[in-house]
Ligand binder design. Structure first.
Ligand SMILES: *Cc1c(COP(=O)(O)O)cnc(C)c1O
Length: 395
């Protein structure tokens, strides 16, 4: 039987088509329309008739490789790498640094990233430098000779602040500093950091890329060949790789990324507008709302506003009552899945950030984060309405 490569992708297709027909680079002898799960640890080198790509699955596995090639194409990078979790991906990127190097980062960041940079990497002499990443003058002023990397998360979590990726990358390039963007909230469908000048993109693929709350994984995509070699060295040496089964789940999740996000963000905008009109809600944080302070920047650097909406109650009691009384969303950490997820950041996703830091950046007990799922908008709105009506004490 002739061997053929699964390469129905054509570089000019639109994003939704590329999701379905990505060039995985994996040779498939039977014409299977999906890359199989290569549940294998080692590869017989005598039987090797092909290209010698694989010898041991820490170093490379065909299912993982298919995922890595796919995400590289979608992000417009030269190589992709799959890791056991988003934190494994992020930590592996920090492993590019040497003792004495510093990472410029915002405090308004995913709790796990904050924890690894403030408590684990300092053991090896790699330290964070904190800055408000939305303030470009402050970014420039914070750079020192030791600054080797700028790490951006935009929109920020959970306050949905927007960092100008192109502007920060341009500053970084002037000083020969690497720019890394955590693109978990936007995905390559809505935001392409490499095209805006960043060097490295990271993902918690646990979120929108998997999309179904059934897999934990992380991805890295790099813009240039020399970075690809360095990340591959870390991936193979440190070994925090994604297994074949989970790689396959992410390949499957990616196929529906566009239609899921289209629906997530349509419902998110509808709910964000509705929530802004409710007297029980003091403030709604969603970049798609015209009154969001960074609305224009968000519209310029991304092709959509995503599916995460944060909102603040007048009191902590009202927030807690709302969280207890809603029926449809899960009350959980994580986001980006088919089911809506409500999070109380102060006690859940951001519990690992010290209280005084949380207070300084505005994460209070009154704040709730909603990852809008694929339920019908009207059902979510009705559920929120009943939860709000009982959570408000009569004036
Ligand atoms: C969840 C998340 C991470 C960490 O990913 P894991 O897969 O949980 O390790 C990193 N960044 C952001 C923005 C996240 O939401």
């Amino acid at each position: 039987m002739p061997i053929h490569t699964v390469d129905t992708y054509d570089g000019n297709s639109s994003f939704g088509t590329r999701l379905i027909h990505a060039q995985t680079g994996i040779t498939e002898p039977y014409g299977a329309v999906n890359v199989p799960v290569y549940q294998v640890s080692t590869f017989d080198q005598r039987a090797l008739a092909g290209d010698g790509l694989f010898d041991y699955s820490r170093s490379g596995n065909p299912t993982r490789k298919a995922l890595e090639n796919t995400i590289a194409q979608l992000e417009g990078g030269c190589a992709g790498f799959a890791f056991a979790s988003g934190m494994a991906a992020i930590s592996s990127v920090f492993c590019l640094l040497n003792q004495g190097d510093k990472v410029l980062i915002s405090r308004d960041i995913y709790g796990g990233t904050y924890r690894v940079l403030t408590r684990l990497f300092p053991r090896f002499g790699i330290e964070p430098q904190f800055v408000d990443m939305t303030d470009l003058e402050a970014v420039t002023a914070s750079i020192t000779l030791e600054t080797r990397m700028i790490f951006i998360e935009t929109p920020s979590n959970p306050l949905m602040k927007i960092t100008d990726i192109a502007a920060v990358s341009a500053i970084a390039r002037q000083y020969g500093i690497l720019t890394v963007v955590d693109n978990t909230f936007m995905t390559p469908y809505l935001q392409k950091p490499l095209a805006l000048g960043a060097d490295i993109v990271v993902h918690s693929a646990t979120k929108y890329i998997g999309g179904h709350s059934d897999v934990v994984g992380g991805l890295v995509v790099v813009a240039e060949e020399d970075l690809a070699e360095e990340i591959y060295f870390v991936q193979n040496s440190f070994g925090a790789i994604l297994g074949p089964q989970d790689s396959w789940l992410l390949l499957r999740g990616l196929k529906t990324l566009k239609i899921r996000l289209d629906q997530h963000q349509a419902t998110a905008l509808e709910l964000a507008r509705w929530l802004s009109e409710q007297p029980q809600i003091e403030r709604v944080y969603y970049p798609g709302l015209a009154d969001h302070p960074d609305h224009e920047l968000a519209a310029r650097q991304a092709s959509g506003f995503g599916g995460i909406v944060s909102f603040e109650f007048h009191t902590e009691e009202e927030a807690e009552s709302f969280l207890e009384r809603t029926k449809i969303p899960a009350l959980a950490v994580s986001l980006g899945a088919v089911e809506s997820i409500l999070t109380h950041p102060i006690r859940m996703s951001h519990a690992s950030i010290p209280e005084e830091v949380r207070r300084a950046i505005g994460i209070t007990g009154r704040l709730v984060r909603l990852s809008v799922g694929l339920e019908e908008a009207a059902d979510l709105q009705a559920d929120f309405a009943q939860a709000l009506s009982v959570s408000t004490s009569p004036a």
